[in-house]
Design a protein. Structure first.
Length: 303
């Protein structure tokens, strides 16, 4: 059995594995795809101390750093069940079971997509999901934000300070965001909010986004909006479906953790985008991976 088994190989999982292995304890990592969301990222400009890098390059250094230590890395395997026996057991889709004294869950999250033509093609070429990451790329340009919930309106307010103007498209006839945020957005001269708008297509010139099409659900008319960027803010879904019978999850399905990364099951810790930690970012998930590994180590020396 392992002493620490990390489930997930994104920045949170890699960081947890390195911190655990450096304690000289038997460490394993099991992941569907090493690198996680970073593998899908083009330019990264907010990984502190590295002014610019690219997703696959950062993943290669993460992998190299993990391999400096004796860590068992198992990829292309999905965990499907977490159980507490004498040890903690993680069942895999292959039917195998891995056992460990402590487990760190770092299975990340995925952005909900619009599922309209052009979205995949122009991902990273104008279609963006993270305003903290990609906002500055659209300095002085017009952008759209899809979704009028808290994250959409927060994104609009944030972007309004950087870009030329922001149009928020909300599917429903009301905004779901908190009142204070809506009031703030409405007070800014370069934010326009359009309700009952269903985005139907991302328009591009083969290289980058040039606009989008949306249908006014009231009149059924189709309109074109000229924008250089489209921020999709219709939800971040934690990869925690397989844990709902074994751990305390928040309303949004995030794993509830305390300040040491501990979950509701003794010996099980969690880190990164799959948890209740606010603000989903690479530096933040790496920090929380370190916290969870140190939390797990602390748990083991006391038990
Ligand atoms: P993830 O990166 O999601 O990794 C999860 C890991 O768990 C993966 O290895 C996955 O295969 C594995 N996994 C999931 N479910 C299972 C399972 N059941 N069994 C086994 N393994 C499983 N952040 C920034 O700071 N700067 C940026 O510029 C930036 N740009 C981004 C651009 C895009 C397009 C996207 C999608 C995200 C971006 N982010 C950026 C956010 C950043 O990528 C995430 O905050 C970060 O990757 C979260 O790390 P994580 O380790 O928690 O999860």
């Amino acid at each position: 059995p392992y002493e620490v088994l990390v489930v997930g190989g994104g920045p949170a999982g890699a960081s947890a594995a390195i911190y655990a292995a450096r304690k000289g304890i038997r460490t394993g990592v099991v992941a569907e795809r090493f690198g996680g969301q970073v593998m899908d990222t083009v330019g990264i400009e907010n990984f502190i101390s590295v002014p610019y890098t690219e997703g696959p390059k950062l993943v290669a250094s993460l992998e190299q750093h993990v391999k400096e230590y004796e860590v068992d890395v198992i990829t292309e395997q999905a965990a499907t069940k977490l159980k507490k026996g004498e040890l903690i057991e993680v069942e895999l889709a292959s039917g195998a079971t891995l056992k460990s004294r402590s487990v760190i869950l770092a299975t990340g999250a995925r952005w909900r997509e619009m599922n309209v033509p052009g979205e995949q093609e122009y991902r990273g070429k104008g279609v963006a999901y993270c305003p903290h990451c990609d906002g500055p790329l659209f300095k002085g340009k017009s952008v759209a934000v899809i979704g009028g919930g808290n994250s959409g309106i927060e994104a609009a307010i944030d972007l309004a300070g950087i870009v030329k103007d922001v149009t928020v498209l909300e599917f429903a006839d009301t905004l779901r965001a908190d009142d204070v945020l809506v009031k703030k957005a409405e007070s800014l001269p370069n934010i326009t909010i359009i309700k009952q708008a269903m985005t139907t297509e991302v328009l591009g010139d083969d290289n980058k986004v040039v606009g989008l099409k949306y249908k006014d659900r009231n009149t059924d008319e189709t309109h074109v909006l000229d924008v250089a960027g489209i921020f999709v803010q219709i939800g971040l879904i934690p990869n925690s479906e397989w844990l709902k019978d074994s751990l305390e999850l928040s309303e949004r399905g995030e794993i509830v953790i305390d300040s040491h990364g501990a979950t509701s099951m003794p010996g099980v810790f969690a880190a990164g985008d799959v948890t209740t930690t606010p603000y989903k970012q690479i530096v933040i998930s790496m920090g929380s991976g370190a916290t969870a590994a140190l939390g797990a180590f602390d748990f083991m020396i006391r038990n």
